[in-house]
Ligand binder design. Structure first.
Ligand SMILES: CC(C)(COP(=O)(O)OP(=O)(O)OC[C@H]1O[C@@H](n2cnc3c(N)ncnc32)[C@H](O)[C@@H]1OP(=O)(O)O)[C@@H](O)C(=O)NCCC(=O)NCCS
Length: 177
């Protein structure tokens, strides 16, 4: 009996979404997902000021799909701090119907791996420390980074990519690369 119940549960559970690089055709679905996830305050965030000047790296941005339905997105842009080029991650969103199944964490991990493969040594973002701390981000090395708008310094988080010898001191304003 137990076996039968488990197999029914397995058959109705959603498979993990398929994560693929963003393409130019995905823009409209992404806008709808972000509007829904962030609501009317979406464009008031300091991160949006960065995205106004930082070029989007489409090939380092990823979408999560359940069949034809977009259920998650993570975007990455290129920035410079004190002349050093790095990646700015965000926005990150998962549709409410697909949350708490690991898609958000997977999107961040895939995005960071792609940034590392592209030769970047750091990913910067503004986000919630309890969520991003589990994924290797911390505010330890961001105290001298100046965002183009007010940000709670506890939420300005950096992850170093690759070997632990990446100890570039990041100091200065977030600027276009
Ligand atoms: C944040 C978000 C992307 C997480 O997506 P997800 O697919 O549910 O993430 P995961 O399944 O990988 O992780 C879920 C875990 O993170 C926790 N979590 C989610 N958002 C969190 C937050 N803002 N702060 C702390 N923990 C958070 C969940 O409680 C859950 O914890 P559990 O595993 O102990 O149950 C999603 O909740 C979302 O789109 N939120 C609205 C937009 C947003 O806030 N984006 C991030 C900007 S900081």
């Amino acid at each position: 009996m137990t076996v039968a119940v488990a197999s029914v549960a397995d058959s109705v559970a959603s498979p993990a979404p398929d994560i693929r690089p963003e393409t130019s055709q995905d823009a409209a679905a992404i806008e709808a997902l972000l509007d829904h996830a962030f609501g009317p305050g979406r464009f008031a965030k300091a991160s949006e000021r960065v995205r106004e000047f930082a070029p989007l790296r489409l090939e380092l941005s990823f979408c999560a799909w359940e069949g034809e339905r977009l259920v998650g997105v993570v975007r990455q842009s290129e920035i410079a701090v004190g002349g050093h080029r790095l990646i700015f991650l965000g926005p990150l969103a998962v549709d409410a119907s697909a949350r708490r199944l690991g898609a958000g964490a997977r999107l961040v991990e895939v995005a960071c791996a792609a940034a590392e493969a592209a030769g970047f040594g750091e990913v910067l973002l503004v986000g919630d420390p309890p969520f991003f701390g589990r994924l290797g981000f911390s505010a330890e090395a961001t105290g001298q980074i100046v965002m183009p708008g007010p940000v709670d310094p506890r939420r300005l988080l950096l992850k170093r990519l690759g070997p632990a010898d990446g100890t570039e001191v990041l100091r200065g304003a977030v600027a276009a690369p």
